[in-house]
Design a protein around this ligand. Structure first.
Ligand code: PAF
Length: 291
């Protein structure tokens, strides 16, 4: 496994790999890897011949009162995990390598970034699309894998790729959960033991939504009401939003016809957690496989 913090190294290595006919897969991450990230690496391996992972806590996607400084970091541990997974290349740049001078050019996807998480994290998605566009230009990957856990992020990146003709296929990977149902997240490390128990309310509320859907409920407001009710039954949980939207356009749904994304964001203590389920009518079930 090659590890570098230099953009010029990445360009040379990728050029060589492409010349030898390899299909390049990229898994962009902010590090502090867990099983969810490793599942993205495995999926990337299935769809490409050379797997690259970037590890970069991107300052421009954090708001002034967010957790950039305290975001967990452990490069040594991450590298061990990636080596074990058979990753080929790791890019772990400094902030100076990624942003060597004042950044005057950004990439912004309009409209769909104003809702869900975007409504509460102004500028967040502009930071994400800008860094992802930079990573796509640095790696020129054939495929890139992102987790469904950040459902809005996937929709926004897909739209950016479509609008700006990036020659990369975006693969959406299913959410990986702890055995008790909590969606894996690097931020779970912030939870104390009481909060960790309370955080289970997120997946429990979505289970209730799934039950309603399986029983034929298609009224979005009924589902949203139920999810809110379950979340509010947990005293440590402060709901930020519960939404039922189309997974691609992120348009609010009143009635579920073919597909729906039920997405939630809550604070458990001071930790902001998100979770979601993706419903596809044709399967009459949650979607589990990468798409
Ligand atoms: O999902 C993440 O970890 C980040 O938002 C990403 C895509 C690596 C961009 O910094």
């Amino acid at each position: 496994m090659i590890v570098t913090d230099k953009i010029s190294d990445i360009r040379n290595i990728i050029k060589e790999q492409k010349l030898s006919g390899k299909k390049i897969g990229l898994v962009p991450t902010m590090g502090y890897l867990h099983e969810g990230h490793l599942s993205l690496v495995r999926i990337s391996k299935k769809h490409s011949d050379f797997v690259a992972v970037s590890i970069f806590v991107n300052p421009i996607q954090f708001g002034p009162n967010e957790d950039f400084d305290r975001y967990p970091r452990d490069l040594e541990r991450d590298l061990k995990l990636l080596e074990k997974e058979g990753c080929d290349l790791v890019f772990a740049p400094s902030v100076e390598e990624m942003y060597p001078s004042e950044l005057l050019t950004t990439v912004n996807v309009d409209k769909i970034t104003d809702k869900l998480c975007g409504a509460f994290r102004p500028g967040h998605f502009k930071g994400v699309t800008t860094v992802v566009a930079k990573l796509f230009n640095i790696f020129t990957p054939d495929i890139a894998v992102f987790g469904q856990k950040d459902a809005q992020q996937v929709a926004v990146i897909k739209k950016m790729v479509e609008d700006l003709n990036f020659p990369v296929e975006i693969i959406k990977a299913p959410i990986v959960r702890e055995v008790d149902g909590l969606a894996m997240s690097s931020r779970n490390v912030y939870l104390n033991s009481e909060e960790r128990k309370a955080a289970l309310i997120l997946s429990k509320s979505l289970k209730e939504a799934e039950k309603l859907l399986l029983n034929g409920e298609r009224n979005a407001n009924t589902i949203i009401k139920k999810v809110n009710e379950v979340l509010n039954s947990e005293p440590l949980c402060k709901v930020q939003y519960v939404s039922c939207v189309h997974p691609d356009t992120l348009e609010d749904l009143t009635y579920i016809k073919d597909k729906a994304l039920i997405a939630i964001a809550c604070f458990i203590g001071t930790t902001r957690l998100i979770d979601n389920i993706l419903w596809e009518e044709k399967y009459n079930a949650k979607v589990y496989d990468e798409i």
